[in-house]
Every structure is written in C-alpha cells, then in structure tokens.
Design a protein around this ligand. Sequence first.
Ligand SMILES: NC(=O)c1ccc[n+]([C@@H]2O[C@H](COP(=O)([O-])OP(=O)(O)OC[C@H]3O[C@@H](n4cnc5c(N)ncnc54)[C@H](OP(=O)(O)O)[C@@H]3O)[C@@H](O)[C@H]2O)c1
Length: 326
Amino acid sequence: MQAIVYHNYGSPDVLQLEEVQKPVPQDNQVLVKVVAASAAAGDWHLLRADPFLVRFMVGLLKPKYKILGADVAGRVEAVGRNVTQFRPGDEVFGDLSECGFGAFAEYVAAPEKAFALKPTNLTFGQAAAVPASAVTALLGLRDQGKIQAGQKVLINGASGGVGTFAVEIAKAFGAQVTAVCSTDKMEMVRSLGADHVIDYTQEDFTQNGERYDLILAANGYHPLSAYQRALRPQGIYVMTGGSTSQMFQAMLLGPLRSKKGGQKMGNTLAKPSQKNLIFMKELIEAGKVTPVIDRRFPLRAVADAIRYLEAGHAKGKVVITVEHNN
Ligand SMILES: NC(=O)c1ccc[n+]([C@@H]2O[C@H](COP(=O)([O-])OP(=O)(O)OC[C@H]3O[C@@H](n4cnc5c(N)ncnc54)[C@H](OP(=O)(O)O)[C@@H]3O)[C@@H](O)[C@H]2O)c1
C-alpha cells in the first residue's frame, strides 16, 4: 500500500510517499481502508520532535512510528477474531494517537476501541476532521470547564481546528459564547453560532472589563494573569492549546493561581476515548455540530497540508483525501 513515511525528525520535507507493507489486523484489531484523514498541529509537533519532550514518547533519536496521522475515517475491511463491535463494510472514524498513528496511508490496523461508527450525516472527509480536535474541545469545556447552560463562555483561538468545534460544542451546551479570532474569520465564526465575536487585531478581551464563567484557550497567547482578570470570581480557565511556554505556565502555575472555592486555572491534555467519539457522533447527528473544513489535500501532499497548518492560520480543519487505485 502507499503511505506517507518519515524516517528522521525534521521539516515536512522529510515526508515521502512510499510503498509499504499493508497491515494485517491482530486478534483485537480492525483493518480500515482509509478514505480520509485529517492533519493537526500534533502532526508537526511529532514530525519535528518539537517540543523536545516528544522524543521521550515517540523515539529519542528516530521516530518509532514511521507513518503519522491520528484522525481517520474509512471502511472496515477485515476484523481480528476478538473484535465484537465492527464488521467488514462498517463506516468508521477514529483517533489513532494512542495506538501508533498511521492514518496517512491507504490502510491502517488498530484496536477496535480507537473507532466508532461514522456519523451518518457526514462525508468521510468531514468525519476525519472530528476526532482529536472535537474531543479536545469537549474535554476542555465539559470535563475540566464544567460548562453549564446560560454561562458566559469565551473561546480564544475560535477559528482553528479545536476552536471551531469549541464554539459549536459550547453552543450545544446552551452557553452564551464569545469567540475571539482575526478580522477575516469573524463571519465564519459567527455562522457557527457565536453570540459575540471579538477581533483580536482590534480589541484585547482581557482588557475590556468583561468577565466570563469559563475561558477556553485553544490558541493565542495571553499571560495567565490576564486570563485570570477576565474570569468571574468562580470562573474556570482551561488551556487546551497555544505555545509550549503557555502550556507549561498553565500546567505549573495554573494550580498555584487557583483559589479554594473560587477561580480554577489549568490545562487539558486530550486522551482519545470511544465514549467521547460516540458523544460527538450524537451531537453531530443531532445537527448541533458540523465540522468546518478549510482545505483538502491528496495523500501525496501531506507535507503541504502540514506546512499550511504550521503557518498557524487554518480556518477550521485540514483534510487529507486518500484515493485507492483499485
Ligand atoms: N491539549 C491537547 O490535548 C491538544 C489537542 C489538540 C490540539 N492541541 C493544541 O491546540 C492548539 C490549537 O490547535 P488547533 O488545531 O486549533 O490549531 P490550528 O487549527 O492550527 O489553529 C489555527 C487558528 O489559530 C488562530 N490564532 C492564531 N493566533 C491567534 C491569536 N493570537 N489569537 C486568537 N487566535 C489565534 C488562527 O486564527 P487567525 O488566522 O485569525 O490568527 C487560526 O484560525 C495547538 O497548539 C495544538 O498543538 C492540544
């Protein structure tokens, strides 16, 4: 089969289209014929081993997993003998980030818990856009942010992969949503249901006197003290993405700034779960969430997709379409 392979860490230039062995599913695995994948910031972090800590998880000197790609959608081609949830022909989507990646390929084999049935109202490309970004937004808002209907919720970095899902999920929970993005993305973010949109090139939301019950930072830097200033006395700040230094600040200093019985500050590291994929499938089938697709690239152009994402201005998700010769 064809796959995008990397043998050394580096820029997207190290990615190559190669002929590799088609995987054979183990007893607990599902073999999926990939129709679409999606690229995410995580792919370039792994590709470049940036931050350096990444190497302790995926290979100190060379990448342990040679094929990138966490988010995938496709058709089940075969199942191992212990698989109970899926049959050949099922249309599935999934997150491979805890089972070796490999979505930038014609086929992938992974444990059944990595997949769920694809939302019936989405194309494969749309479905591949969902898993990691939507679940990150969901964990930040629902689990760590304890979102409730009627709350004032602000999403910083609302126009990217995680942020677009965060706006839609917060609206689905009945929140009053303020979205922060740049000028040319305001209309798109408004169309997702945001009640208020702030153009960060014109206004600093941490300085305008508004206070929020929940702030989800999907992208864009502000010091923790500024985020704290924009929180109500019982407000919660959740950092899901942004710069590496911002992540360490939220992780290490967030708990120190949290107050007993008052403001809470911290970060979320997303963990794939089949339960949350199914939760997202239900929100999508109920018409409450629809993925925003920015650009589509063919499998052979994964490097271009990652370069585009690395520039930091994607408008929603970047999808990889996988064509099969047979
Ligand atoms: N915690 C986790 O487990 C987890 C999971 C997934 C992703 N992440 C991280 O989350 C971050 C965001 O991921 P993503 O997929 O949403 O990335 P993305 O799609 O590449 O984000 C791009 C968006 O960020 C916006 N942006 C850039 N600078 C901004 C600023 N100063 N203020 C507001 N918005 C700004 C851009 O808008 P403009 O073009 O308008 O500037 C663009 O729409 C990444 O750092 C990623 O590594 C973390």
